[in-house]
Design a binder for this molecule. Structure first.
Ligand code: PEP
Ligand code: MN
Length: 349
């Protein structure tokens, strides 16, 4: 439920509302940055109707309404204004969902110091602001490269120091959250772990933002519910990443659901970016899908780029060379106006 208080509610009156909500068995949820005068509460088993009635009887309560969406805290019913997820970086904070689309780029996997440094320098020079690279890799085959683990995280941190880029890297299990948290600026939850609920809960207890990739065969609702796990457990900073879904079509690695971008903008206040690399699986298609994503107002992109894609240890076929990445970034410049227009046309600002 959402409870709005009158403008000049005193701290004692606010506490009275909080106590009453708790006495009905509901859990309070105060999103950081939200006005103190709007309170959210959830819970299972409490008598919602009785609680709402009791709250409405208090003079300091202006409005007490249930949230009808099954995903409460990520829904637009809960928060009218778009959430801007702020990511710290040595070059200053990076806002996802703000006034500019943000590009995250880098190799699928961190392979070596030379590989990550060269990539970081080139993608930074081309305009990317966040370096991606997997150190823990979810591979279909157990015989394929599984990532450099902590050594890979350390290389990413060194690349951040060198270039000023922020970093994003995947965490696959709740037991790795504390380790990955020491290195990364933004956690990535991969498609295969979108419904790893122990992981989502652990990330809910972290203060670092989370990039939540869409599950291989997940519906929009399941995806929103996955984000609800993170936000409901205390971490309001979630970014959605559309990376294609599995359909009957096999000509592309996945089928890119671009409509997910405007749809999520209707359903949630959280930002959404697009990964044209995993969405297509094919290097030649990446720039076109990236342009489309920018044109419809995605908050950013995640793109795989590698100094020598043909030698990449994972996902080479969909990785751009560093020159190709540079070319794509130049091309995207001319889509900025379309991006701005899309943002103005969003159902809300
Ligand atoms: C990746 O980003 O390299 C990755 C494994 O992505 P996804 O989880 O979308 O397959
Ligand atoms: Mn990959």
């Amino acid at each position: 439920m959402i409870v709005s208080l009158i403008k000049h509610a005193t701290p004692a009156q606010i506490d009275e509302v909080a106590d009453r909500i708790r006495s009905f068995g509901f859990r309070l949820h105060q999103s950081p940055g939200a006005e103190r005068s709007v309170m959210g509460a959830i819970g299972v088993g409490g008598d919602l109707t009785a609680c709402l009635e009791s709250l409405r009887a208090l003079p300091q309560v202006e409005r007490a309404v249930p949230i009808s969406a099954p995903y409460k805290f990520v829904s637009r019913e809960y928060r009218e204004h778009r959430t801007v997820v702020r990511i710290p970086s040595p070059a200053g904070p990076i806002d996802i969902g703000g006034d500019d689309p943000v590009v995250m780029a880098g190799p699928c996997s961190v392979e070596s110091e030379a590989q990550i440094m060269e990539t970081a320098e080139r993608v930074a020079a081309a305009g990317a602001r966040i370096l991606r690279g997997g150190a823990f890799k979810p591979r279909t085959s157990p015989y394929e490269f599984q990532g450099l683990a902590e050594d890979g995280l350390a290389l990413l941190a060194r690349a951040r120091e060198r270039t000023g880029l922020a970093i994003v890297t995947e965490v696959m299990t709740d037991s790795d959250v504390a380790l990955v948290e020491q290195y990364t600026d933004l956690f990535q939850v991969g498609s295969r772990n979108m419904q790893n609920f122990a992981l989502l809960k652990a990330l809910g207890r972290s203060r670092r933002p989370v990039l939540l990739k869409r599950g291989l065969s997940s519906t929009i609702k399941e995806w929103l519910m996955a984000a609800e796990y993170v936000v409901g457990h205390g971490n309001p900073n979630v970014i959605f990443c559309e990376r294609g879904i599995r359909t009957f079509e096999t000509a592309t690695r996945n089928t890119c659901d671009l409509a997910a971008v405007p749809l999520l903008n209707e359903l949630t206040h959280l930002p959404v970016i697009v990964d044209p690399s995993h969405a297509t699986g094919k290097r030649s298609l990446v720039p076109a899908v990236a342009r489309a994503a920018i044109a419809i107002g995605a908050d950013g992109l995640m793109v795989e780029a590698h100094p020598a894609p043909e030698k990449a240890w994972s996902d080479g076929a969909q990785s751009l060379s560093l020159d190709e990445f540079d070319g794509m970034m130049r091309m995207l410049e001319s889509y900025r106006e379309l991006w701005r227009q899309s943002r103005l046309e969003l159902a809300y600002a």
